[in-house]
Design a protein around this ligand. Structure first.
Ligand code: SF4
Length: 287
């Protein structure tokens, strides 16, 4: 992408740049922006990637954030779902559409009011009273999320599921602990690995960042927030020894986390297969 094309994509996505040096910095960031993870990809810092992605999907002026769609999904017995753009991880088993790799090109901005209205509009005529932000990483735009959740509390929705990889709740204790303020919010923290090697191999991020999601769990425990833990323990991706370590790390924090652990399996969606193959994984066992 040329600098001019990039400036245009910022403009068309609602992001205005008035400072040329800021534009050039953003351009350099986007040039090194991780897209598909391959065996030769350089590890990235997920908190830095979160910041680079925020510049494309979080609009400060009106606390808007980018989504690709709002619809009713069949999971959880039917739930109003806002499909968020942008994630600070690059899991090789990810099923999200290519807005994960190209957040500057995909989605449209919704203010907090517009988002809650859109969620309500897709269920208004039905019996569904559950909502969630899914897709990529719901916590990416802090101001947006902290403006959406009070609106959900005031709405006729009875519960709100917040599905997160825990990176930003791990890096920001206050952010995680604010979840306890909301009675309707239940957080689902999804772990990708338990060792630095496993984290780097399956997310492309620096291995030492493996501790961030565990820190998120600690912060949520301290705040007494409503949450449970999920983990991608599919044996085709995670060795049995690492699964045992993951369970033991959770047990050290609170045995109830193990009792309620939701273990995930990797389904061969089209995007998932593309990412697994790019990462050099033999996908035959996934069919
Ligand atoms: S699986 Fe979730 S955390 Fe991992 S890259 Fe996809 S959206 Fe992000």
């Amino acid at each position: 992408m040329s600098e001019l094309q990039f400036a245009k994509s910022c403009w068309f996505s609602g992001f205005t740049v008035t400072n040329l040096s800021h534009l050039i910095t953003l351009f350099i960031l986007m040039e090194s922006f991780p897209r598909l993870i391959t065996p030769s990809s350089a590890p990235y810092d997920p908190v830095d990637l979160a910041k680079a992605t925020q510049d494309n999907v979080c609009r400060r002026t009106d606390q808007a954030r980018k989504y690709t769609a709002v619809y009713v999904a069949g999971v959880y017995g039917g739930i109003a779902t806002a499909y968020a753009v942008g994630c600070p991880l690059r899991c090789i088993f990810c099923w999200v559409d290519d807005s994960r790799e190209y957040p500057e090109r995909r989605g449209r901005f919704y203010t907090p009011d517009e988002l809650v209205d859109a969620l309500w509009n897709v269920v208004r005529e039905g019996y569904i009273r559950k909502a969630r932000i899914s897709g990529a990483e719901p916590t990416l735009c802090k101001a947006h999320l902290l403006a959406v959740l009070p609106l959900v509390e005031e709405s006729l929705f009875e519960s709100f599921m917040l599905e997160t990889n825990g990176v930003l709740f791990g890096a920001d204790a206050d952010y995680a602990q604010q979840m306890a303020r909301f009675e309707k919010v239940h957080v689902r923290v999804s772990l990708k690995a338990a060792t630095p090697e496993g984290f780097q191999q399956r997310t492309g991020a620096r291995g030492e960042a493996v501790d961030l999601p565990f820190q998120a769990i600690q912060h949520l425990l301290q705040a007494k927030a409503s949450f449970h833990v999920a983990a991608m323990t599919d044996p085709r991706l995670m060795p049995a020894t690492e699964r045992e370590l993951l369970i033991s790390r959770l047990a050290d924090l609170d045995m109830r986390l193990v009792e309620n652990l939701e273990e995930e399996r990797c389904d061969p969606y089209k995007g998932t297969v593309r990412r697994l193959e790019a990462a050099g994984v033999d996908v035959t066992s996934f069919f």
